[in-house]
Ligand binder design. Structure first.
Ligand code: SIN
Length: 330
């Protein structure tokens, strides 16, 4: 080999070495998953399960960091942060997408779904699947639904019939449908982030709020709310979302592995949700800090009659086709 050829070969070997070292040292893709609830909730457990599956299957390629309890972003900021690339996964309540789409308001209509089986049937049907993509034009993709469960009404005084809620202040999520729902019974709704609810209740700045058994238990609302009406008047579920930019920028093989892990984590979270709706309700009853009020059929019917006109009020914004499909899922 001539001297020139030897130099050339050595150079090629060196370039190949540097290139392979660069590939093997490529930084793993970071996924920050931000949420507002405690870790011992359906969403908290789902997020942790997702991290566990990614650690097992994509170690060195993808790293998941979970930030619970509004540690990274609260309700009002997470979607903006996602569009800026500061967070890659979140699962906000379906009631928190008002700025991005009107169609998802369907999930806030009071007494629309009879039970969680009906919610699941609607979500997995054609209309529910179409709604997953309703925020796409805003740069966000719905990757799946996650259940929490049916909402109950908690308050500082017993609520048996709609008249009991008159002139009372209730914290609500940032949804116009939920505002209309409380206005329909003469109450005063206040849109506030989840992270502020306990203090608002404790200081009696508000009289009550609506939430699921697992949120009422894990955030200790039951310790500062002497009455919980088992109303099951609405659903609190989540949309697991990412930004289009992040999702479409992933290599195809990693994207499908991540989606698979996410689907498994969601299925796990849904099992946790069903169990917690039973267990956390019982723990609240056992604590004796809060009295759980069961409604008679006649009492419940009064709430239905008072709140159901809200459907008509939002029909044009939501789309009648979606409401009809939801009714059919019952
Ligand atoms: C959540 O479950 O993510 C929060 C619900 C709420 O804001 O009440």
């Amino acid at each position: 080999m001539t001297k020139n050829k030897l130099v050339l070969v050595s150079l090629m070997v060196a370039v190949a070495f540097v290139a392979s070292a660069t590939v093997s040292m490529a930084k793993p893709i970071k996924i920050k998953f931000s949420h507002v609830v405690a870790e011992n909730t359906p969403k908290g457990q789902m997020a942790n399960k997702f991290k566990e599956l990614i650690d097992q299957r994509l170690s060195g390629k993808v790293v998941v960091e979970v930030f619970p309890n509004s540690q990274l972003f609260g309700d009002n900021k997470v979607l903006e942060a996602m569009l800026l690339g500061d967070v890659q996964l979140a699962a906000p309540s379906l009631s928190k997408f008002k700025k991005y789409t009107k169609s998802l308001q369907i999930y806030d209509l009071p007494f629309l779904f009879s039970n969680m089986a009906a919610v699941e049937k609607f979500q997995q049907g054609p209309e529910g699947q179409k709604l997953l993509m309703s925020i796409k034009s805003k740069g966000l993709i719905g990757l799946g639904y996650l259940h929490n469960g049916l909402k109950q009404l908690s308050a500082s005084s017993p609520l048996r019939v709609p008249a009991d809620a008159k002139n009372k202040k209730f914290r609500i999520m940032s949804s116009d449908v939920l505002a209309a729902q409380f206005e329909a019974v003469g109450a005063m709704p206040l849109k506030k982030p989840f992270s502020e609810v306990f203090t608002l209740l404790q200081t009696k700045a508000i009289d009550g709020q609506e939430n699921t058994w697992s949120n009422i238990y894990s955030k200790k609302f039951f310790e500062v709310q002497p009455f919980i009406t088992e109303s099951n008047h609405g659903v609190l579920d989540y949309l697991v979302i990412t930004s289009t930019e992040f999702w479409m920028g992933l290599p195809d093989d990693l994207r499908s592995e991540i989606k698979k892990a996410l689907d498994e984590a969601i299925a796990f979270g849904n099992t946790v949700a069903a169990q917690k709706a039973i267990d956390d309700r019982q723990k609240i009853i056992d604590s004796k800090r809060s009295k759980v009020l069961e409604l008679t059929d006649a009492e419940r019917q009064q709430w239905v009659n008072a709140m159901k006109p809200v459907w008509k009020q939002f029909e044009d914004q939501i789309g009648k086709n979606y409401i009809d499909a939801a009714i059919k899922s019952n």
